[in-house]
Design a protein around this ligand. Structure first.
Ligand SMILES: C[S@@+](CC[C@H](N)C(=O)[O-])C[C@H]1O[C@@H](n2cnc3c(N)ncnc32)[C@H](O)[C@@H]1O
Length: 209
């Protein structure tokens, strides 16, 4: 019961169970995020956007990796914006981070704003995946990268692995091939995908020409 209430809040955290879920995600996605970030080179002056920033842990990590750059986080959940701002209070005060309430489908940034866009465990929920990736492409600079991280990778060995969570949330686990294809279709280049052995983690990195 407790588990189900929390899982239902992964999509758009809200209320008591949303708070519980945010706490669990900040902890539970930390290792996946660290591994995925190993696949992108981050420079000190980078401007970075974290889409679906949840409780703000990735924004905090990214702030620790840059110097004069800036990290933006967006999430369409009011509670996530509140919690991300709380966690990143110091980074916000010194102008290093900014959190906004927004949807991935309509990013409140000008064309060519970012060197890197990260999206950890959020893609499954996006309403228009192809259009939303094109929106990310729009806000990237030329040569900028998107990095998508997933822990729900489809498995031939365990076809039912994600069945319960897929049913409960109305989402689908992803395959390496389909992520490659949709990134290509959205207009990205130099697409690389990585799977961490012994896990169901997938990281995809792609560039804007
Ligand atoms: C499973 S949580 C992951 C949060 C965070 N990235 C992490 O790794 O802990 C998914 C997040 O994506 C956000 N999200 C889902 N759909 C979104 C959309 N269309 N636009 C913006 N944020 C969205 C949710 O509110 C939630 O915070």
């Amino acid at each position: 019961m407790k588990y189900h209430k929390m899982v239902e809040n992964a999509q758009k955290p809200n209320g008591f169970w949303g708070k519980m879920m945010i706490r669990a995600m900040n902890k539970g996605h930390s290792e996946l995020t660290d591994w995925a970030l190993e696949h992108v080179g981050i420079q000190s002056d980078f401007h970075i956007l974290d889409v679906g920033c949840g409780g703000g842990k990735t924004v905090e990590k990214l702030c620790g990796m840059i110097g004069g750059g800036k990290v933006f986080g967006i999430d369409y959940s009011e509670l996530c914006v509140e919690k991300s701002e709380k966690l990143n209070q110091k980074n916000i005060m010194c102008g290093k981070a900014k959190i906004s309430r927004a949807s991935v489908s309509s990013l409140p940034f000008q064309d060519g704003s970012f060197h890197l866009v990260t999206a950890i465990e959020t893609y499954y929920f996006w309403p228009n995946k192809l259009g939303d990736l094109k929106e990310i492409l729009r806000v990237l600079k030329r040569g900028g990268k998107v990095m998508l991280a997933f822990e729900m990778l489809k498995s031939k060995e365990e076809p039912d692995k994600w069945k319960a969570v897929e049913k409960r949330l109305g989402i689908k686990a992803v395959s390496r091939g389909e992520i490659n294809e949709i990134l290509l279709h959205a207009g990205f280049q130099n697409i690389r995908t990585y799977i961490k052995s012994g896990t169901s983690w997938l990281c995809a990195v792609a560039e804007k020409e």
